[in-house]
Design a protein around this ligand. Structure first.
Ligand code: MN
Length: 394
């Protein structure tokens, strides 16, 4: 039985994994760990179930000792500790002498990727639709291909094709290869045991990885392809989508924006309330003076229109003739009007003008509350001014 450690699923899966015994073997000696930011595949060997002991120990030690955050040196150290633990297990009876395991461990954070590599399990990266093998196998075949002695095609059928040149479990001074790679949001990382890479061509891996958007379905589909090709070995696949800093920031921003919109909405309602209250207070308190039928009229509210509405009404008309006032004041009264903070101030202004024009004061009359003024004008004619045209009618 293989052992899988996996983190609780996030709302949106950015990774997926699958392991399968395959069609020939009677048990699965692969192990894996899927606890972001850590992902790892181990392919055990040693026969009589010792391989799965080795891969389980390696994964357990890695999971416990790996750094919490991306750190190449600390990850390499965790792999070395796993190696020592596999060696110790072989001698203290938990496994068998000669057992060993590969270990391909990756840590992803933002747009940085670190890999610690031992053996022939692999890490691949799909970048803009094209597949790239990130790790170099520690295998006899890789050495021979690199030395130009055989072709990759010949390696597939070579009698020594499963010989690996570095593994956990034999040399206490073993060191992993460390890769530090810059990746990009939208890239897809894939880790696998040789049960996939020896059974499925790279271009088929590339096709599945490029066309299966869900990472869990992608991992399952890759395993299916290995089984369909014969499934000669245990096969394990981990697929992780690189979110990158930008995407992580975007998600954070989206959460923040929601909160901000809420706060802004509450503030807006509060502001509208305050503004409405202030406006109401203003139009009920403010006053202004205008010319109406030759005389000065006192209004409460504000002059003119606002959005087609008038916020004023006649308080009273006076008998002060606009023509008798200074030309500047008269001009303003006929046009925009003279504004005052309140009725008191408006009335005080009227009183000032009355005293300025002298005798006019005696001619002033009290305005009736319904806006009708009975006045004895200076010309001696009685005028009955009805304020039907008052601004509040509009
Ligand atoms: Mn294998």
């Amino acid at each position: 039985m293989s052992k899988t450690r996996s983190a609780s699923r996030r709302p949106v899966a950015t990774f997926g994994s699958r392991t399968d015994v395959g069609c020939i073997r009677d048990h699965n000696e692969d192990s894996l760990v899927v606890t972001p930011p850590l992902f790892a595949v181990a392919d055990g060997m040693g026969g009589h179930a010792a391989g799965e002991v080795a891969s389980e120990i390696a994964i357990d030690v890695l999971a416990q000792r790996a750094p919490e955050h991306l750190d190449a040196e600390a990850l390499g150290q965790a792999v070395e500790e796993a190696n020592l633990e596999v060696i110790a297990a072989a001698s203290d009876g938990r496994g068998r002498e000669g057992m060993g395991t590969t270990l391909t461990a990756a840590m992803v954070e933002g747009e940085r990727l670190v890999i610690a590599q031992v053996g022939d399990s692999r890490a691949y990266l799909l970048h803009q639709g094209s597949l790239q093998q990130l790790t170099r196998d520690h295998s006899l075949m890789a050495d021979l291909i690199e030395a130009g002695q055989i072709t990759p095609e010949e390696a597939k059928t070579h009698p020594n094709r499963s010989v690996i040149t570095r593994a956990l479990g034999s040399n206490p001074n073993m060191h992993p290869d460390i890769y530090e790679i810059n990746v990009h949001a939208g890239d897809r990382l894939m880790l696998c045991s040789d049960g996939l890479s020896s059974m499925v061509e790279d271009e088929d891996i590339e096709r599945v990885m490029a066309h299966t958007s869900d990472p869990q379905r992608c991992a399952a589909q890759l395993v299916n392809e290995a089984i369909a090709a014969g499934g000669y070995d245990n096969v394990t696949v981990i697929v992780t989508d690189i979110q990158g800093f930008a995407e992580q920031r975007k998600k954070k921003m989206a959460r923040k924006t929601k909160v901000h919109i809420g706060i802004v909405a509450v503030l807006l309602v509060a502001l509208l309330g305050i503004a409405g209250y202030a406006f109401n207070w203003w139009i009920n308190t403010a006053a202004f003076l205008v010319e109406e039928q030759g005389n000065v009229a006192v209004y409460t509210g504000v002059p003119g229109e606002f959005l087609g509405l008038k916020f004023n009404h006649l308080d009273h008309a006076t008998t002060v003739k606009v023509d008798s006032l200074s030309p500047t004041v008269a001009d303003r009264l006929r046009n925009e009007g003279v504004t005052a903070d309140n009725l008191e101030e408006a009335n005080a202004l009227v009183d000032t003008w009355i005293s300025e024009v002298g005798g006019q004061a005696n001619a002033s009359a009290e305005a009736t509350s319904d806006g009708t003024t009975n006045t004895e004008s200076t010309e001696g004619t009685t005028s009955n001014t009805t304020e039907d045209q008052s601004k509040e009618q509009a």
